[in-house]
Design a protein around this ligand. Structure first.
Ligand SMILES: Nc1nc2c(c(=O)[nH]1)N[C@H]1C(S)=C(S)[C@@H](COP(=O)(O)O)O[C@H]1N2
Ligand SMILES: [Mo]
Length: 221
């Protein structure tokens, strides 16, 4: 127990010295589970992923089709708005940028925002540039194994900071939807579930963009 506490502090000191610990965050070696509502039951035979909106053509992929797309892996530091950070997490899945560069989907020029739609109606919104970076992944595997149900099986969006320090904009973990079922491409922005509840729209952990009075007030406009 004390050994674990000391190890955690040592590891935190290291990531802080490497400038990988954003302000107000602390390191955890656990993987907390956070979401609103219940964990959905999944039937892979009827599961599909829909990409729609400002695209030349909408597409729907079955689980089997999704698994035939080009795959990649990435190592990310995760930062949760509830103040824990988890470092050097390894994810595998599909890169949205690759889907575009290899012609699997063709966003129209007007596509400026992407909304992730999840089971039970959870949504989260981002500018398209953010989810075209290599530190956003449509993830099927964590740490070499299929993602567990709690963390979003069979597919989740995931955004983090590159663990190797490569420059990229990042965002708090809520900007990745667990149990992802659709990606909507839009010309205009539309606040997602937590964004409507008052979380910050940009959610940059380095700027500590945790909450926004503006977003919360938008409920009353
Ligand atoms: N579908 C769905 N995805 C979600 C959420 C949710 O409530 N539903 N919560 C978000 C929030 S607030 C966080 S912090 C992360 C937590 O991911 P984890 O449970 O894998 O740690 O999932 C995000 N994705
Ligand atoms: Mo969260």
């Amino acid at each position: 127990m004390f050994k674990n506490v000391n190890r955690r502090r040592e590891e935190e000191k290291i990531v802080r010295s490497e400038n990988r610990l954003p302000p107000g965050q602390s390191l955890t070696n656990k993987f907390p589970v956070l979401h609103y509502g219940t964990v959905p039951r999944v039937n892979l035979d009827s599961w599909d992923l829909n990409l729609f909106g400002a695209l030349e053509e909408n597409v729907t992929w079955s689980w089997k089709e999704f698994n035939q797309l080009p795959r990649c892996s990435v190592t990310l530091d995760l930062h949760c708005v509830t103040r824990w950070s988890k470092f050097d997490t390894v994810w595998e899945g599909v890169s949205l940028a690759t889907l575009i560069s290899e012609g699997f989907i063709k966003p129209k020029a007007e596509a400026k925002y992407v909304i992730q739609h999840c089971e039970h109606g959870y949504t989260t919104n981002t500018p398209i540039e953010l989810v075209l970076q290599g530190n956003f992944i449509l993830a099927t595997h964590y740490d070499g194994k299929p993602i567990t149900s709690d963390h979003g099986y069979p597919l989740r969006g995931l955004i983090g900071a590159f663990s190797d320090g490569a420059e990229a904009k990042s965002a708090y973990l809520w900007k990745g939807g667990k149990w992802l079922r659709a990606l909507e491409f839009r010309a205009d922005d539309q606040l997602g579930f937590w964004e409507k509840a008052g979380y910050h729209n940009e959610a940059d952990p380095w700027k500590e963009q945790r909450f926004s009075v503006d977003n919360w007030m938008s409920r009353f406009r």
